[in-house]
Design a protein around this ligand. Structure first.
Ligand code: ADP
Ligand code: ZN
Length: 435
């Protein structure tokens, strides 16, 4: 039986949800216009007044906000509440440049943790569970968000943060952790370490994992599920909208339900900014309709995905987003071809390799080069040079079929690629250094 954290909201009729969104949007636009000079200027430039926004149908009239705006307005320019009402800041991991700082009132923290509680409940979590949180704690939202959600659900919470993987496994065994929260790349590393310590999934009590904060493929999911003996659920979010829990996966595992009572999603064409119909791939844009301190309207996430209102077997009526296939700025253009690291990961795992790899792109004599180092498992290792060369060729061929361009593949020895305890770094683009 599917369990919900907030059944009324999670299974609300579309009509009622729209009504709720309309009301909240109108109030939020007014709040932002009155309190945030930066956004008021953007609205004035576009000739939109708060009175013009009467329902979600009017959303398209509002200006967009981008990461560049956040950097311009750093640190206090988008704050919508007096500092005396704010109780916390968090910050982005700075994966793609200067950090962004987000502010929270107590109300904002509560709603964020509530979203995380929905995710934990959807993954089967109850107050009987022991929830081990190995996302980083600190400015990064992963640890604090899931920690708060786990408390709400009433799980015994292990605030481990990331790192010291053997100790993670020892605690997991000693305390009988049943739920694991971390990045998918760290989950893969924990699975590998478990095996190296001579244990199997039967030696731990984990049943579910809640993994997010970075893109991961279906193939990676299968590999983690096998190595830890769990069901692995996706969770999505970004600091700008609060943190993890903006959307979460249910038992159907075919996309993540967006907490629409707090965040209204749109998909746009990133070049023309035109709003796209449901089912088309584009950039995800969020309007937060309940946050007080840092309420971004029409924030461009740069994450590429598809929205779907197809009926879900879990009974939730919240709209679903597909796994983001990467950010628009993660996309590599190599010899004129668009390449997402996730496409390469798919091929590697399909071909029986580990999810430990490094993509290096460079430009030599005006031509782009693509080198992929892939770690072998101990079983794949061979003394014969010819064997290795054949394997490299075979893998390069499979990647060429997927991407349409030929990479140079380097099979490297087991454990030679640095493991990630947080967000994995999979790409080094040296062309940027030349520019
Ligand atoms: P940074 O932009 O510095 O990485 P955040 O830590 O706030 O800052 O990360 C948010 C971003 O992480 C999202 O915009 C998205 O690109 C990525 N992300 C988060 N969860 C997922 C997920 N489940 N799948 C794919 N990408 C994700
Ligand atoms: Zn569902």
């Amino acid at each position: 039986m599917e369990r919900y954290w907030n059944e009324e909201i999670e299974t609300m009729s579309r009509e009622d949800m729209k009504k709720l969104q309309d009301e909240r949007l109108v109030a939020q636009v007014k709040h932002v216009y009155e309190n945030v000079e930066y956004y008021r200027n953007l609205m004035d430039e576009k000739g939109v007044k708060p009175e013009d926004i009467k329902s979600t149908e009017d959303l398209h009239k509002l200006p967009f906000l981008s990461k560049a705006d956040l950097r311009d307005a750093y640190p206090y320019g988008l704050l919508a509440k007096p500092l005396s009402k704010c109780v916390r800041i968090q910050s982005t991991s700075g994966t793609t440049g200067r950090r962004v700082v987000a502010f929270y009132t107590q109300h904002d923290i509560d709603l964020w943790e509530d979203c995380c509680a929905r995710a934990i409940t959807a993954a089967g979590g109850t107050n009987e569970d022991v929830c081990q949180v190995c996302y980083g704690y600190g400015l990064f939202t992963g640890g604090p968000g899931l920690n708060g959600g786990s408390h709400k659900v009433g799980c015994l919470t292990l605030p481990m943060s990331s790192g010291n993987t053997e100790r993670q496994i020892q605690f997991m065994r000693d305390l009988g952790s049943t739920i694991l929260c971390c990045t998918p790349s760290y989950a893969a590393y924990i699975g590998e370490t478990l095996h190296d310590m001579g244990f199997t999934p039967d030696d731990i009590k984990l049943k579910a994992g809640i993994f997010g904060a970075e893109p991961w493929t279906e193939e990676m999911r299968c590999s983690i599920e096998k190595s830890l003996g769990i069901k692995a659920y996706d969770i999505y979010g970004l600091t700008e909208t609060s943190g993890p829990g903006v959307s979460f996966e249910c038992s159907e595992q075919t996309g993540m339900h967006i907490n629409e009572d707090h965040f209204i999603p749109e998909i746009i064409n990133p070049e023309t900014e035109e709003v796209l119909p449901e089912g088309e791939v584009g950039e995800l844009v969020f309007t937060s309709i309940t946050k007080e301190a840092f309420p971004l309207l029409r924030y461009r996430t740069r994450d590429l995905c598809v929205l779907s209102r197809k009926k879900c077997s879990c009974g939730r009526t919240l709209i679903k987003m597909s796994k983001p296939m990467g950010r628009s700025d993660d996309m590599l253009i190599i010899r004129g071809v668009n390449v997402f690291p996730s496409q390469i990961e798919t091929v590697l795992i399909e071909q029986g390799y580990s999810p430990n790899y490094l993509i290096e792109v460079d430009r030599v004599n005006n031509s782009d080069t693509l080198d992929i180092s892939v770690e072998m498992t101990p079983e794949q290792l061979s003394d014969k040079v010819k064997d290795m060369q054949d394997k490299e060729k075979e893998l390069a061929g499979a990647i060429r079929t997927m991407l349409g361009i030929s990479p140079k593949v380097h099979l490297v020895s087991p454990k030679s690629i640095t493991r990630s305890e947080g967000k994995a770094v999979r790409v080094i683009d040296r062309r940027k250094l030349h520019d």
